[in-house]
Ligand binder design. Structure first.
Ligand SMILES: *Cc1c(COP(=O)(O)O)cnc(C)c1O
Length: 487
């Protein structure tokens, strides 16, 4: 039998790629909700390849079979679109990546790509470590990166321990992220990227995204943003020129809480002072083909499809939960046992005006209910209880509807005390810098009716009036005893 030849497969692949590119262009013209619902999966694809399945199938398979040695050679040489082996790529994961690339670049002409990772932390590592390599042009030069210190606790540890302490890469910390001169004063020729989280978790720091992007580009380096708290339904940094966005998909995107997932979304042709043309041309494709293939922080296909299924309703969920959070913030700020509420939606918040320039419900102007742009500030807020750490714990322990858990973005309301949980490892000094006092409670509002959450907060705060709240939990939960746990 005569061999078909590698070229035969390359030509077939070129036609398939053309078809896919045209389909993605068609989807790019749709509204946000339509993209969220359909992503890049089409009837054509369902009928041609997936037995008509109307939802994206979960391909649990580890690897792909090839028709012959020519196709295998073309595939493994990355000469044709292929997924090879699920550590590198997988059709189910591809569907999730496709929808996130479109949502993060929505409303702009930015050409973006996405790579899914096993967690938000893996996304942050994947996004940052490519720039923390030795520059062949300047061997042995020291390296640094400039990043806000008001970041998620895990990010703090990754920067402070894994990068700075273990690898001697200096983290130049930005204390007041809204102070542009502080940012600029920390950049030098050895700075590899600027990194910021906004709104920050838990303290609601916010900065001028566009100005940070312009500053990064002035020095020829990329601007990387953790946009987990806003989600693409409320803010899309790529539109303002950002090079890379990281998402802990685990949170609001994957609201059901069935798993951990992350994503890196990057514009094509990003800015960097590292001499690596392939990386700059298509950062996510590069990550997929090389570093992440070798390091293996890949997502499970099961989690990809479950996350994707939740992503379909992200705009509506962020609208409803933002409205509920606004209502609860207004209730709490006047409460006699509350020292203060941190929520960007409150007019008295010092960053309210700035946040209002950036945080909008996407497509509100095309929505029959609104018909014009509306600000939405998300569903994460924090409040400080009067009377110190113990009183804060008393209130927290009395919550009955709001779940005590170190989590956010859930369809259910969840609260935590960051100083003893998410931000316990970084120590008191760093918590002070990041503005996380021991009486701070972080509340992430879910899709319950806000009246019921308000009632729960009300009864929990009433313990400070001496009211006894009794809850009946078994001594030790049977589930806890039978499952794996730490300690
Ligand atoms: C949770 C979180 C992360 C880490 O994500 P994982 O999926 O838990 O690894 C990063 N950034 C922010 C803002 C987060 O809330």
């Amino acid at each position: 039998m005569a061999s078909k030849g590698v070229d035969y497969y390359k030509q077939a692949a070129a036609r398939a790629l053309q078809w896919h590119a045209e389909h993605i262009q068609k989807m790019k013209k749709c509204r946000f909700d339509t993209i969220a619902v359909h992503g890049i999966y089409s009837m054509q694809e369902a009928l041609d390849f997936n037995q008509g399945s109307i939802v994206e199938p979960i391909y649990m398979s580890t690897s792909q079979a090839y028709r012959d040695s020519d196709e295998m050679e073309a595939g493994l040489g990355y000469q044709i679109p292929t997924w090879c082996y699920a550590r590198i790529a997988n059709p189910s994961i591809y569907y999730m990546e496709g929808v996130l690339a479109l949502l993060e670049s929505y409303g702009s002409d930015v050409d973006a790509s996405c790579i899914a990772t096993a967690s938000g932390m893996a996304a942050i590592q994947s996004a940052s470590d490519q720039f923390l390599v030795e520059d062949p042009k300047r061997p042995n030069a020291p390296m640094n990166f400039v990043a806000t210190c008001q970041v998620y606790g895990g990010t703090f540890q990754q920067f402070a321990i894994r990068k700075e302490q273990e690898r001697n890469i200096e983290w130049r910390r930005i204390i007041n992220s809204n102070d542009m001169s502080e940012w600029e004063s920390k950049i030098d020729e050895n700075t590899r990227f600027l990194y910021g989280e906004m709104p920050s978790n838990p303290s609601q720091a916010f900065f001028d995204v566009k100005k940070i992007v312009d500053l990064a580009h002035k020095y020829g380096i990329p601007a990387i943003f953790d946009s987990t708290v806003a989600t693409p339904a409320l803010l899309r940094p790529l539109e303002y020129g950002a090079d890379i966005v990281v998402q802990s998909v685990t949170k609001s995107l994957f609201t059901s809480g069935f798993g951990i997932a992350g994503a890196v979304i990057a514009r094509k042709n990003l800015t960097s002072n590292i001499d690596n043309p392939e990386m700059k041309a298509d950062f996510c494709a590069y990550l997929k083909k090389l570093p992440n293939r070798d390091n293996g922080p890949n997502l499970s296909p099961m989690n990809a499809i479950m996350a994707l299924n939740d992503i379909r309703s992200i705009r509506h969920r962020m609208d409803i939960t933002s409205r509920s959070t606004m209502q609860l913030a207004n209730y709490l700020k006047d409460h006699k046992h509350i020292e203060g509420v941190d929520y960007l939606g409150l007019e008295e918040h010092n960053l309210h005006q700035l946040a209002s320039d950036y945080m909008y419900l996407v497509d509100a102007e095309h929505d029959a209910q609104y018909g014009s742009p509306v600000n939405r500030y998300g569903h994460l807020m924090s409040f400080r209880v009067k009377g110190g750490a113990q009183k804060t714990r008393d209130v927290f322990d009395a919550m009955q509807r709001i779940w005590r858990a170190t989590d956010l973005g859930r369809i259910k309301s969840v609260a935590t005390i960051p100083a003893i949980s998410t931000h316990s490892q970084q120590g008191e000094e760093a918590r002070k810098q990041a503005n996380i006092p021991p009486n701070l409670v972080r509340l992430c509002v879910g899709m319950e009716h806000p009246d019921d959450i308000m009632a729960d907060l009300d009864q929990a705060l009433s313990v400070l009036d001496g009211k006894k709240v009794t809850m009946t939990f078994p001594e030790y939960s049977a589930g806890g005893a039978s499952s794996a746990r730490i300690g």
